[in-house]
Design a protein around this ligand. Structure first.
Ligand SMILES: [Cu+2]
Length: 635
C-alpha cells in the first residue's frame, strides 16, 4: 500500500513537471496549473464560484479551471458572500479517486479542498443554491485535447459517456449559467432580432469517449444550434385578477452591491408596475415571497443572506428586516394564525414568526435529533395551517411537521437533492421534486392516496425523464425526447382545485404537468432558459393561470393549465409572455436598474392568494373579484 502510494506520487510529480514545462494548451489562455486552484464563493450573478489565481481559464466563464493531475481544488467561503454554501460533486469521471466530494453541512468563514487525481471533467455545485457551479478539467498531458474523460458519473449514480447528449447538455448549461451575457433577452427593445446566443470558447479541442478529439464549440453548436430565435412578449387574451410578483433575483440596481429586485406585473394591463430593490438594506438575492392574509405585506427571503424582509405591497417601502438564519429560502403563512414560516436552507430548521414578521416565536427542527442537517428548501403548508412539509436538500428525504406541537410526524425518503414541494388542497398527499434525479415523489399524508395502476399507494416516484402516455422518453445518449420530459425539476405546486401539478424544469427548459387523478405525467410545454418558479393565480371569470419564471431569462410565462376548466390538463397551453423589464417612466421603483434587466426569475407570488385555506380569508375587496368556485376551490 505504502509502496503504491509512493509510486503514484512519483508519477504525479513527473506528470506535473511534464505538464508545466512542455505543454501549453490549445487556447493559449490557459494558466499554468499550480498545486492548488481556488474557487471563491460570491453572491454575484454568474461567477458564484469564481476561479481566482493559477489554473483558472478565462473561456467565456469565470468558473472554470484546467489543471494537472494531483491538483487540489479548494473552495473559499468568506466575505464575498453573506451566507453558507456547500461545494459538492455534481459530475466527476467514472470511478475517480476522492469522488464524490461533499460536506456534512453548509459552511462559511472557512475553506474545503479535495485532490483531483484522475483526468476528466469535474463539476461542483452548491446544494443550497444549485445554480452555483464550478468546473475543473484535469488534463492528462500525454494525450491530445482537454481530457473530459471516457464516462462521467452524476452524484446520484447515473453514468454516461462524455460523448452523450447528457454530458454535452450539462456543458452547455455550464456556459449558459456561469455567464450572464448568455442569458435570454426576450425584450425587443434591447434585442430587436430576438436572437439568443451562447458564447462558447472557440478552438478548444476536447478528448471524449473512445479518445475522439473534437472541437467543443463545434459539437455544442451542431447539437443544440446557436443564435436561436426566442419568443417576444404576448398578452393573454383573458385578464388575470390582481398582480403577480416575481423575484428577479439577478437584476442589478445602481445603489446597492448585491443583486436582486422584486417585480410586480399588473394582470389586467400585463405591464410591470413596481420594482422593489431596497438599497437601504442592500437586499441580497431575493428568492421567494408570500403575503400577509390582508395581502398588504410581502414577506421576502434573502437567500444569500440571513434575513427575512417585509415590505409594503402597495408602496414598496421597507417595513422591517429581521435576522432569521443562514440562507432563508422560502416563506409561507399559516392560515389559522397568520404566523409566518421561513425555511432556513443553510441549516436544520424552519422558523415561525409572529404575524407581520416582528419576532421569531419558535424554531422547529426539520430532522430528528442525531440526524444530518436537513437544509430544507421550498416547503408547503396545508389549508388548515396544521401541517408543513419540507424537501430536505442535504438528506435526500422529506419531513412532515405537525405544526401545533411543532413535532415531526413523518420523515420519508425522496430522491437526490429534494428542492421543492406542493400539497393537495385537502392535505391528502404532497409532491416533492428531486432536482438531480429528475423525479417527483408523491407522498401520502395518512391513508395511501398516491395513484398507481388504478390503486392507491403510500408513496410513488414519478420519473419526469420518462414522458407519460404518448410522450417520448428522454434518451440521455442521443438526446431525443428531452422536450417531452422534465430534467432538473424545481418548483412544483398543486393547483388550488387539486387537479394537477405544474413543475418547472431547469435543464430541459420544460413545464411538466402531472394529473393528480393518476399521478402520471400527461403534458409538457416549452419554457425559457433556467425554468424555475411556478405559482397559481386567479383567471378573470374563473379558472387559474400558472405563472412560470425562469432564471436565465427575463420573461414570465403565463400558462392556462385547463382552458375549459374541466379538471383535465391535457388542453394546457402557453397563453402569454410578459417581459419583466419596466418602462422607467411608467414604474414605481426605489432604484435604477444597472444590469441584467428582468433576469433571474425565481419566486412567484400572485396576489390575491387563491389556494384553499388562504382564499377564504381574503378581504372582501379581493373576494368579490373571484367566482364562487374560485372562492371555494374544493367541494
Ligand atoms: Cu450556496
Amino acid at each position: 500500500m505504502r509502496r503504491s502510494v509512493f509510486l503514484a506520487s512519483l508519477t504525479l510529480v513527473l506528470v506535473v513537471v511534464a505538464f508545466t514545462s512542455v505543454r501549453s494548451l490549445s487556447s493559449g489562455s490557459v494558466a499554468r496549473a499550480a498545486g492548488l486552484v481556488n474557487f471563491v464563493a460570491t453572491d454575484d450573478v454568474g461567477p458564484w464560484f469564481k476561479c481566482v489565481g493559477a489554473g483558472c481559464v478565462a473561456a467565456g466563464t469565470q468558473s472554470l479551471a484546467v489543471v494537472a493531475p494531483g491538483t487540489d481544488v479548494q473552495v473559499s467561503v468568506f466575505g464575498e458572500t453573506n451566507t453558507v454554501h456547500t461545494f459538492t460533486s455534481l459530475v466527476f469521471p467514472q470511478g475517480a479517486a476522492n469522488m464524490p466530494f461533499d460536506q456534512a453541512t453548509a459552511f462559511r468563514n472557512d475553506t474545503r479542498s479535495v485532490t483531483l487525481d484522475d483526468p476528466g471533467l469535474y463539476v461542483f455545485v452548491c446544494k443550497v443554491h444549485p445554480f452555483m457551479l464550478a468546473a475543473t478539467v484535469v488534463n492528462d498531458p500525454d494525450t491530445d485535447g482537454l481530457d473530459l474523460g471516457e464516462n462521467i458519473s452524476l452524484v446520484n449514480g447515473i453514468t454516461v459517456p462524455t460523448s452523450s447528449d447528457l454530458a454535452t447538455r450539462l456543458l452547455r448549461a455550464f456556459w449558459l449559467i456561469t455567464n450572464p451575457l448568455n442569458y435570454q433577452d426576450h425584450n425587443p427593445a434591447t434585442n430587436p432580432t430576438l436572437k439568443w446566443n451562447i458564447n462558447y470558447p472557440a478552438g478548444v479541442p476536447v478528448r471524449i469517449t473512445g479518445g475522439a478529439v473534437v472541437d467543443l464549440k463545434t459539437v455544442l453548436e451542431a447539437r443544440y444550434g446557436n443564435n436561436l430565435t426566442i419568443p417576444g412578449p404576448s398578452k393573454p387574451a383573458t385578464k388575470g385578477i390582481g398582480e403577480v410578483w416575481v423575484d428577479t433575483e439577478y437584476e442589478n440596481t445602481a445603489s446597492k452591491t448585491k443583486p436582486g429586485t422584486a417585480t410586480a406585473v399588473d394582470t389586467s394591463s400585463w405591464k410591470v408596475t413596481k420594482k422593489v430593490s431596497l438599497p437601504e438594506i442592500n437586499m441580497n438575492n431575493p428568492h421567494n415571497m408570500w403575503a400577509s392574509i390582508d395581502q398588504d405585506l410581502i414577506y421576502q427571503t434573502q437567500w444569500f443572506d440571513t434575513k427575512l424582509t417585509v415590505f409594503n405591497r402597495k408602496t414598496g417601502k421597507l417595513v422591517r428586516n429581521i435576522e432569521v438564519g443562514e440562507a432563508p429560502a422560502h416563506v409561507m403563512t399559516r392560515v389559522d394564525t397568520d404566523q409566518v414560516h421561513v425555511t432556513i436552507n443553510g441549516e436544520d430548521h424552519v422558523v415561525e414568526l409572529s404575524p407581520g414578521g416582528n419576532a421569531i416565536q419558535r424554531v422547529i427542527p426539520t430532522q430528528f435529533a442525531g440526524d444530518g442537517a436537513a437544509q430544507p428548501h421550498a416547503h408547503w403548508m396545508s389549508h388548515d395551517g396544521h401541517t408543513m412539509v419540507t424537501p430536505n436538500s442535504n438528506t435526500n428525504d422529506s419531513t412532515r411537521l405537525d405544526l401545533i406541537p411543532g413535532t415531526i410526524a413523518a420523515k420519508t425518503p425522496a430522491g437526490f437533492l429534494p428542492i421543492a414541494t406542493g400539497m393537495m388542497p385537502d392535505a391528502s398527499k404532497y409532491y416533492v421534486s428531486n432536482y438531480v434525479d429528475s423525479t417527483i415523489t408523491c407522498i401520502s399524508i395518512g391513508a395511501p392516496t398516491c395513484k398507481s395502476g388504478g390503486g392507491n399507494v403510500a408513496t410513488k416516484t414519478i420519473n419526469l425523464l420518462l414522458g407519460g402516455g404518448s410522450l417520448a422518453n428522454y434518451n440521455p445518449i442521443t438526446g431525443t425526447g428531452l422536450g417531452t420530459s422534465g430534467a432538473l425539476p424545481i418548483q412544483t405546486p398543486v393547483s388550488p382545485n387539486g387537479k394537477y401539478v405544474v413543475t418547472a424544469n431547469t435543464l430541459s427548459g420544460t413545464i411538466t404537468i402531472i394529473d393528480t387523478d393518476t399521478d402520471e405525467l400527461v403534458k409538457v410545454l416549452s419554457c425559457s432558459a433556467g425554468c424555475h418558479g411556478v405559482n397559481f393565480g386567479a383567471k378573470k371569470g374563473g379558472g387559474y393561470y400558472a405563472y412560470v419564471s425562469s432564471k436565465f431569462s427575463n420573461d414570465l410565462i403565463v400558462v392556462d393549465p385547463d382552458p375549459n376548466d374541466d379538471g383535465d390538463p391535457l388542453d394546457a397551453g402557453i397563453v402569454g409572455r410578459v417581459i419583466l423589464v419596466a418602462d422607467p417612466d411608467d414604474v414605481q421603483s426605489d432604484d435604477n436598474v444597472s444590469a441584467y434587466a428582468g433576469m433571474g426569475g425565481q419566486g412567484v407570488l400572485p396576489i390575491p392568494l387563491v389556494y384553499n385555506g388562504w382564499v377564504q380569508k381574503l378581504p372582501n375587496a379581493w373576494k368579490n373579484q373571484l367566482t364562487a368556485k374560485q372562492r371555494q376551490p374544493i367541494p
